[in-house]
Write a protein that binds this ligand. Sequence first.
Ligand SMILES: C[S@@+](CC[C@H](N)C(=O)[O-])C[C@H]1O[C@@H](n2cnc3c(N)ncnc32)[C@H](O)[C@@H]1O
Length: 279
Amino acid sequence: MAEDWRALNRANWDERVPVHLGPGGYDLAAHRAGAGRMGAIEEAELGTVAGLRILHPQCHVGHDSVALAQRGAAEVVGVDFSPAAMAAATVLAAECGVAATTRFVESDLYAAPAALPGEAGGFDLVFTTWGTISWLPDIDAWARVVAHFLRPGGALYFADGHPAAYVFDGPGAPDDAEGRPGWFAPYFTRAPQLFDNPDDYADPAARLASSRTVEWLHPLCDILGALRAAGLRLDWLHEHPRIAWRLFPALMQDTDGLWTWPGRPWLPLALSLRAVREG
Ligand SMILES: C[S@@+](CC[C@H](N)C(=O)[O-])C[C@H]1O[C@@H](n2cnc3c(N)ncnc32)[C@H](O)[C@@H]1O
């Protein structure tokens, strides 16, 4: 089954597209009103993007691509292997008035350099957030793709679940009285993780027929080592006791939409970093 990872995962993501654009999916009212917002962590950390050429790998339905374009990026190029997502993103960008400064390219992450010929070193910023590298088996190759597209001095902005939090499991694992979830997998597990879960993180009413997926855990040393080996210098790294989705059932939603521990902040739930392409 792990050998079929790409086909299984793509079918799962294709099926999520209409769910996320439906009534129980993403709230895109602000995007359609011309000022889409991203999550509270990246809103606080990203800084100005006006005038930048931005690559947005694994952009899904393009909601963050649109938000980046709406805040003045010169161009945002979204890449995702889901044809349904790329079609939806193109429509969303047009509805939100940023068709002229956005482009969506259907491609596997690892094939993106071939899918975007002539774009080596062409971007000021690579922006990739929330649920990306866990879908990729080879973190070193991921970092090389990021470096391929950045101009010297250009930066990666990355935010995602913290690898330490992925040691624990949300769905099915009973949280204890203090909100601590049960164990799931050892931190240094590098074997593919096979799931069969019909649930969707955005719409609790959705049931996915393409429920089988293959994902990977990447320890922090692998992420930082991959970026370093690809020629990126770490500018900063932040750990957060909050995350963009309900990773564990016991998490509570803050007023800004992020999910956090009900009591003490036992572990980081998310990390974010900025790394600069040397050269
Ligand atoms: C959780 S979403 C990305 C997060 C996005 N920021 C969001 O908030 O929705 C994961 C995306 O990765 C894409 N994806 C998964 N594996 C991929 C691969 N090998 N190549 C390209 N895209 C991939 C999926 O199609 C999906 O749109």
